[in-house]
Design a protein around this ligand. Structure first.
Ligand SMILES: NC(=O)c1ccc[n+]([C@@H]2O[C@H](COP(=O)([O-])OP(=O)(O)OC[C@H]3O[C@@H](n4cnc5c(N)ncnc54)[C@H](OP(=O)(O)O)[C@@H]3O)[C@@H](O)[C@H]2O)c1
Length: 220
């Protein structure tokens, strides 16, 4: 594996960071010494959540969290993705934007991927944020495991996709500072469709086996 990119000095803003996925990532990054701002539509809610997570995490409105950060993470529901991301355009220019949104539907036969006009949520984000470097990552990391204070490590690989090498290297660095996680480059952004869709398989596994399954890539 190539050397890990130094993420020292990088400040992360999490849009929709009051939800389980954003809170879990915020906690793990803060523990690793990465300063985090969790964003919300309601800055008071963000402040309350940040105080609950602990040292190293602040709260702000989504726009302020984005504007004040070097790297922006999108953790809103798919149904809110386009509307939320579009509003962030002025604050994300030349920044790395991590998208971990899974466009999924649920019916009587369980979870299934939804068709996205742009190909994937990550490609939709790149289309809406043409001056940002969008990277797809963290789709398969369970929020439950991230939040579990009994776990010192979160044992999973994280597929990292994007069109800009420096951006994907930086995100791999942000993955690797979380104990147990390992970031692996997995192709250009046009390959995000199947990565997002694979989450439907993982949720089906979790339902059958009462697990919080992640993925491991062999021979890397
Ligand atoms: N949960 C997981 O294990 C997991 C794992 C991997 C990836 N993901 C992906 O990560 C994303 C977030 O997951 P989550 O479980 O944390 O989601 P969530 O709790 O449903 O939503 C996260 C936050 O998004 C904001 N939000 C909700 N509806 C919104 C709307 N209509 N417009 C703007 N903001 C809205 C809310 O924050 P405010 O009300 O404070 O604004 C909420 O706390 C999802 O797209 C999911 O596919 C989740």
């Amino acid at each position: 594996m190539p050397p890990v990119t130094d993420v020292g000095g990088v400040r992360v803003g999490i849009v929709g960071g009051t939800g389980p996925q954003g809170r879990g990532l915020a906690r793990r990054w803060a523990e690793a010494g990465v300063p985090v701002v969790i964003g919300s539509r309601d800055p008071n809610r963000a402040d309350d959540m940040a105080a609950q997570i602990g040292a190293g995490v602040a709260g702000a409105a989504n726009e302020s969290a984005t504007e004040g950060s070097d790297v922006v993470v999108i953790t809103v529901p798919w149904q809110a993705h386009a509307t939320t991301v579009r509003q962030l355009e002025p604050y994300t220019r030349d920044k790395v934007v991590i998208d971990c949104v899974n466009p999924l539907g649920f019916d009587e036969r369980g979870p299934h991927p939804l068709a996205v006009a742009e190909g994937s949520a990550a490609q939709q984000a790149q289309a809406l944020l043409p001056q940002a470097h969008v990277v797809a990552a963290f789709h398969h990391v369970s929020a439950v495991l991230l939040a579990d204070v009994r776990l010192d490590t979160v044992d999973s690989d994280v597929l990292v996709l994007g069109d800009d090498r420096a951006a994907t290297d930086l995100v791999i660095g942000l993955v690797d500072v979380i104990p147990g996680l390992r970031g692996i480059y997995a192709g250009r952004l046009r390959n995000a469709t199947q990565v997002e869709a694979l989450t439907a398989n993982l949720i089906a596994i979790n339902r059958r086996y009462k697990s919080h399954a992640g993925i491991r890539i062999t021979d890397v």
